[in-house]
Design a protein around this ligand. Structure first.
Ligand code: HEM
Length: 435
């Protein structure tokens, strides 16, 4: 793309921003870009020119313009591994797949998943209380894998399928990080991942068959099987299941990790949240009531704001589009950062401080967050991700208040989801809850 100085804004390309230091401090670079240029600018990301769209107003415009003009930019690798999964579909097929998947992941189905989540979480919380956690993110990642397997596939931790699933899912995940172009064919990890995918599809088929014979309680699988009995253009259920499992694990692990890290550094909020945790353990139905557990929910929301798990979501313009008054040509790479508007001091005073109290006093502000994206591809798993996070927080706070054994993590990686670079060790002070 080349600059066309002097042309009216709608005919001009967005301004160019120097993206120095993006790998070390991506949010800082994006914030500075929006400060200098407004909601839309161009920048190099991973060696390719990309149009960045951000700020609250910019994202609103992007999501409104999305249908028919922008498609999710997925690599050939993602197409190979995920087949007809939701994020590889476009247009009517995509809308139809969302329509079929959504009911099992939200609304009336959620209370039915609470006992399953607490059943998986119970022994883990007991172990953490006893021994502490040496590497929080790794432990939470394993936990969100187990929670997702239980809720999405009906696989409980002690079953033989749990071990089989965990091993093959790990092989599949490893294949998602091989070079995305033709070089993928030269790596053994890719082929190992493809073989794991086949075995996982067989496993899903077997679980789906069993669930049709006698519904799994506390799992979305029965409803999902019913929703995809005649797949047609809405994609295949095994592809969707792998997409849900992959979308759920890393991001939810990130959110839970940062909730616990922040609570460990904010004893006053941890004590208040622990009082609600006791109530939630006594009456688990509170976990799905939006008017209950205000402090836990405020911690959840403030952590979404400060530590959004996803750094960038990618699109490709399928035709020429106008955004922010600029012309985005067909074929351009477009990206948005869910948290680009989360640090606006006009909306969030002291934007870099962890202040859950802002949501206790001003509930409406949570509407200003985009951690779960928006528009045509807005996260379908948000209700489940929030429920999982609340269930984990309530289970562990019921047993003890988290305390970091070292200093708060200062080295962070932002992709595939925001996480501490070095292991974070945590213990739970149980005696303080009783006082
Ligand atoms: C804290 C946890 C999570 C975060 C922060 C998160 C964030 C996001 C974001 C930002 C998007 C939009 C991507 C885009 O615009 O291209 C997205 C899409 C998606 N998420 Fe999540 N997600 C989370 C958990 C989950 C869970 C638990 C599930 C499933 C059970 C899930 C399923 C999906 C799916 C299927 C999509 C693609 C939707 C589509 O393409 O139409 N996510 N998520």
């Amino acid at each position: 793309m080349s600059e066309q100085a002097g042309a009216p804004a709608a005919a001009r390309l967005p301004p160019q921003h120097a993206a120095q230091g993006f790998d070390e401090n991506p949010l800082g670079v994006l914030q500075e870009g929006h400060r200098q240029h407004g909601p839309v600018f161009r920048m190099m990301v991973d060696g390719a020119e990309t149009v960045l769209v951000g700020t609250w107003a910019g994202l609103g415009e992007l999501f409104a313009a999305e249908r028919g003009q922008l498609e999710v930019l997925n690599t050939p690798l993602v197409h190979d591994l995920f087949g007809s999964a939701l994020f590889n579909l476009a247009g009517d097929s995509h809308a139809e797949a969302r329509r079929r998947l959504r009911p099992a992941l939200s609304g009336r189905e959620l209370p039915g998943y609470v006992p399953s989540l607490l059943e998986v979480m119970g022994p883990v919380a007991a172990l953490w209380e006893q021994r502490g956690v040496g590497d929080l993110y790794t432990a939470v990642r394993a936990l969100t894998g187990a929670l997702s397997a239980r809720v999405l596939l009906g696989i409980a931790p002690g079953e033989t399928d749990a071990t089989v699933f965990a091993a093959d899912f790990e092989r599949f995940v490893a294949a998602t990080s091989v070079p995305p172009g033709w070089r993928r064919f030269t790596t053994s990890r890719y082929w190992v991942g493809r073989a794991a995918r086949r075995r996982l599809h067989t496993l899903f088929g077997r679980r789906a068959h069993a669930s049709a014979a006698g519904p799994h309680t506390g799992s979305a699988l029965t409803a999902l099987v019913a929703a995809f009995d005649a797949p047609e253009r809405a994609g295949r259920l095994p592809d969707h299941l792998l997409a849900l499992l992959i979308a759920a694990r890393e991001t939810t692990a990130s959110l839970i990790t940062w909730c616990l890290v922040e609570l460990a550094g904010n004893r006053r909020h941890a004590v208040l949240a622990a009082a609600e945790a006791h109530a939630a353990m006594a009456s688990p139905e509170l976990l799905t009531r939006r008017d209950a557990l205000p402090v836990l929910r405020a911690v959840l929301t403030e952590t979404q704001r400060l530590h959004s798990p996803n750094l960038l979501s990618m699109r490709e313009a399928v035709c020429s589009v106008e955004l922010g008054g600029f012309r985005i040509p067909a074929g351009a790479r477009v990206a948005y950062s869910p948290s680009a508007g989360h640090f606006d001091p006009e909306v969030f005073p002291q934007p870099h401080a962890f202040r859950p109290g802002r949501y206790l006093a001003q509930q409406e502000r949570s509407a200003r967050l985009r951690a779960f994206g928006g528009g045509a591809h807005a996260c379908l798993g948000r209700p489940l991700a929030e429920l999982m996070t609340l269930a984990v927080m309530a289970s562990v706070l019921h047993r003890g208040l988290p305390r970091l054994l070292g200093s708060p993590p200062d080295q962070i990686r932002y992709r595939p989801a925001k996480a501490p670079l070095a292991p974070v060790a945590l213990v739970f002070d149980s005696q303080e809850i009783a006082s």
